[in-house]
Design a protein around this ligand. Structure first.
Ligand SMILES: NCCCN[C@H]1CC[C@H](N)CC1
Length: 292
């Protein structure tokens, strides 16, 4: 209710809860897949919640959307064909469309309600759907990728919710194998990869699977997102066999793209320094997930 504080606790982060003060509930319905909630918060703008898990807030969504899109796309010379798995709020599409080299963007989102709710309550994110290069597929990404042509994509971005509920299968080996098949040689994957403080076992499992599945590089990066549990979120960057990809030093720096579009919203988080810094990892993580 308005004025109350809502507590987000979940088996994904036992023994702790994150709380945000609610000003006004704006939307609350059950879709075919999950409960969709939107509320106006006191200090983070509007907030999107799926099955009791914060997906984004207007105040800090820039960190996640900009990093998950530009870490992969700035790591290859001239991305042309991109696939987004999930991402129904449109924020990642908004970021991909900054890249003038991109000619075709497929997005596969399972829950139409997320798209409709974002268009109604989060126009600054849903603007991503207006780009003429975007081709929307409402359905299960497992099926979509099973049928995807071999070597079609330069980049795949998996902007998923937590692997509990609809996104469960998106961290399993068969799914990663279909992504590797759909990527061209030297193509790149950027996958949401949870919290270094809370999920090192899951991160280790994902890294092991990706090391077997992607014969290029596998690197872990992270960013600060205050409204995600433990205040950080990780990204797993993988490249397929082929032209070497150096994820740490962006070959296609965003700064050369900026200013191209006067009326486009400015970047609020990502830049080439943040890109490189994102791959610096704490000692415990390097040890625990056997990262070089
Ligand atoms: N496109 C909005 C972000 C979706 N990804 C988030 C990653 C962290 C999760 N705990 C919640 C969803």
């Amino acid at each position: 209710k308005s004025g109350e504080v809502v507590y987000f606790n979940n088996p994904m982060w036992p023994g702790e809860a994150h709380s945000i003060k609610v000003e006004k509930i704006l939307y609350k319905e059950k879709s075919e897949y999950q409960e969709v909630l939107v509320f106006e918060s006191l200090t983070y703008g509007k907030v999107l919640v799926l099955d009791g898990i914060v997906q984004l807030t207007e105040k800090d969504e820039c960190a996640y959307q900009e990093m998950i899109a530009h870490l992969p796309l700035c790591s290859i010379p001239s991305p042309k064909t991109v696939l987004v798995v999930g991402g129904g709020d449109g924020g990642v599409l908004r970021e991909i469309s900054r890249h003038s080299s991109v000619e075709h963007i497929d997005i596969c989102e399972i829950d139409k309600m997320v798209i409709d709710v974002s268009k109604k309550f989060f126009p600054d994110l849903a603007v991503g759907f207006e780009d003429p290069r975007v081709h929307l597929h409402v359905g299960d990404a497992i099926e979509f990728l099973r049928c995807a042509p071999e070597g079609k994509y330069d980049a795949v971005i998996v902007d998923s919710s937590d692997p509990v509920g609809p996104a469960q299968e998106l961290v399993e080996k068969p799914f990663f194998e279909t992504i590797a098949k759909a990527l061209r040689p030297g193509g790149v994957l950027c996958n949401m990869a949870e919290s270094m403080w809370l999920h090192t076992h899951l991160i280790q499992d994902m890294i092991s699977i990706c090391r077997e599945t992607f014969k290029g590089s596998v690197r872990y990066a992270w960013a600060s997102v205050p409204t995600y549990p433990s205040g950080v979120i990780g990204f797993l960057l993988c490249s397929t066999e082929g032209p070497h990809v150096d994820f740490v030093n962006p070959i296609n720096p965003i700064e050369k793209l900026e200013g191209a579009d006067k009326h486009r919203r400015k970047l609020r988080f990502y830049n080439s320094e943040m890109h490189s810094a994102a791959f610096a990892l704490p000692a415990f993580l390097k040890r625990e997930v056997s990262l070089l």
